[in-house]
Design a protein around this ligand. Structure first.
Ligand code: RP5
Length: 171
């Protein structure tokens, strides 16, 4: 998974996760980034198992001037907070659903950052991963009209899918 990217263009978003076992959840973010044409790169790095790698990735995020880093982790999920400690690039945290506590532990670990080092925190699991990618696109859209256009098209298609549903009552 090291160095995987979806594009020949330089990555605009980093997607990191604490373990290969987080991939099924974080794949939701990758699918959205692909759909919106946002170049990304993916890494597995762990706050506990590879702390030096985490620090060097934070430096890389700065060097590449990434728009943001989406960081997914489960359990005592230090990864997003530690990344945020090492970089000024915005960090979007995705709590991965843990086996023992269904991701409540991940959510509380990520969301309860002491004041001063923020991590934007999303829903537990795949919905959170997808929304983090949409949020990443929204950040990029503030300066990139192409991403803005694709994000707008995504939102309109989503609305249309509801309105076109045969069970929609039409008002
Ligand atoms: C965390 O521990 C990872 O983010 C993962 O969600 C969890 C379990 O990891 P594995 O034991 O499956 O590698 O660091």
């Amino acid at each position: 998974m090291r160095g995987v990217t979806n594009d020949v263009q330089p990555p605009r978003v980093g997607v990191v996760m604490g373990s290969r076992s987080d991939f099924a959840t974080m794949e939701g973010a990758l699918k959205v980034l692909i759909e919106l044409g946002v170049p990304y790169e993916v890494r597995v790095l762990s706050a506990h198992r590879t702390p030096e790698l985490l620090a060097s990735y934070a430096a890389r995020a700065e060097r590449l001037n990434l728009g943001c880093v989406i960081a997914g982790a489960g359990g005592a999920a230090h990864l997003p907070g530690m990344l945020a400690a090492f970089t000024r690039v915005p960090v979007l945290g995705v709590p991965v659903q843990s086996r023992a506590l269904s991701g409540q532990d991940s959510l509380l670990s990520i969301i309860q950052m002491p004041a001063g080092v923020p991590v934007a925190t999303f829903a537990i699991g795949e919905a959170g991963a997808r929304n983090a990618a949409l949020f990443a696109a929204a950040i990029l859209a503030t300066t990139d009209p192409d991403v803005r256009g694709r994000l707008e098209a995504f939102r309109q298609a989503q609305t249309r899918a509801v309105l076109d549903d045969p069970y929609f009552d039409g008002h």
